[in-house]
Write a protein that binds this ligand. Sequence first.
Ligand SMILES: [Zn+2]
Length: 74
Amino acid sequence: MKNKSGFECCFCAKTIFENNFDPCNITIIGNSEINKPKDDRAELLFWSHLECLKEKLNPKTQGYLAVFDSNDDE
Ligand SMILES: [Zn+2]
């Protein structure tokens, strides 16, 4: 959700200030099975801090976010 201060994190509800990877967007596609018609899908977009997203994922899934770690020092 975007408010007048900027993007609001869907997990912590705080404003997301722009940095390396923030704001992240998380897109949810409902009814996303491949064989179903695209018109039957529902799509919704959320914003979050990368760190808030990491906290919510299980350790194995967090590994997929390692792609974002390579540029943390920039
Ligand atoms: Zn957050």
